[in-house]
Ligand binder design. Sequence first.
Ligand code: GLU
Length: 514
Amino acid sequence: MEKKVRVRFAPSPTGPLHIGGVRTALYNYLFARHHGGVFILRIEDTDQKRLVPGAEEYIIESLYWLGLQYDEGPDMGGDYGPYRQSERRQLYLEYAQQLIDRGHAYYAFDTPEELEQMRTALKERGVQSPKYDASVRKQMRNSLTLPSSEVEAMIEAGVPYVVRLKVMPGEEIAFDDVVRGRVVFQSDSLDDKVLVKADGMPTYHLANVVDDHLMGITHVIRGEEWLSSTPHHVLLYRSFGWADAMPLFVHLPLILKPSGKGKLSKRDGVVGGFPVFPIAWREGESYYEGYREVGFLPEGLNNFLAFLGWNPGDEREIFTIEELAEAFSLERVQVSGARFDYHKALWFNQQHIARSPIERLVKLVKPFVEDRHGPVEEEWLARVVDLMRERMQTLRDLAVQASYFFVEDYPIDEIELRKRWSAEARDWIEQVIRIVERVESFEAEKLAAEVKSWMREAGIKAGRILPLLRLAWTGTLKGPDLWATAELLGKERCLKRLHRFLRFTVERQTASKD
Ligand code: GLU
């Protein structure tokens, strides 16, 4: 029988999740769900110096918002806990000791100055990237070069030390990456990685491998930037005697800048005007909006991110999270970097908005509208959403682009107004006022028919009058069907707005232009 799939998302709480991290979480989640397996959240907080307060809470809130519910984790419990590495310190030290006892690791007492001297000396001899390895360790102060009595005495006396992995030279380290196929490293290119730091905390490498093993992880699905750490991890599995039960490695492609050149960064978001974080993040004076704050539905973001490096192999593009889980496979994850395209993100979101039930959208859109325009009736909002939702790329769009449904002092696009105004315009608007006053039941079709029949009789082309009506009723030339908009606004408001429009054109002396 196949082993039950167990995967983990293992972020370090050193800051907010970047959307690259969100995609890693998503792929882990989809893979676990696809196989009826277990998805674990493990907080890798052993690098005490880089911890950022609030980052763990941020990560958890982001996963909750996205619906990437994990089965085991720090706030969930589970049989393999604790799920926060800082609470497992003793365990790592025991495993480090095992490696020392078996001769796979050793104590190193070199001070930062001594390490620096070593690097400088090697550079002078033409070594480009000097490292602490088999050729160097013989000249350094460690438990391989010093007599054991001295080593014991130093430890006893509290002299700071680290524990390093003893990498044997001349070995080939190969593994099969599920995305990239066979990957081969030469041990000569690897350094004797630090496993336990001077502060007594394990490094990422030790803690990560020990936990993946103890937590029964079957697939390590993570970003490409960890590929270069993998040979060290493989050596650790071998040194522990766990090589037979090693998880499969799956390195996900980088997310590239919109230009396609280089890795997507926080700055790209600032420059390009798009979020790079799932939810808002505050950092000193800086505030970054997340996808949630600009009005993405979680399913819109999930769908977009799923396609950044994967595709289902057919034409389908719009997926719910359950459909993604159903369709997902690691075999269809691409090797090459995935170019970030915000327009595509907006498109996915728009598709999901268009498919959402009105009642849900009303609840979600309401805070955006109220934030800008003050209290709004849900009943009214529901009618506006119904008319607008095909056009909404984000939940916020409605509040920003269709303020005319919520306030009377919506802005009027004066540039368009000047372009569209003509000598007869004033007279036309007055005619339309009379028609509107006359129309008994104020419905889109009736109103359209009346206005159009008058236009025909008077010989006025649609292109000359309708944009003006649109400007009068909404202030902008963009929007849903004109007559449906008028019907929703209602007779009284349409009349008031036509009068206001006339006053506005006089004030701006638009008429005197011709
Ligand atoms: N703690 C690492 C990170 O921050 C985990 C990498 C891995 O998944 O092994 O991404």
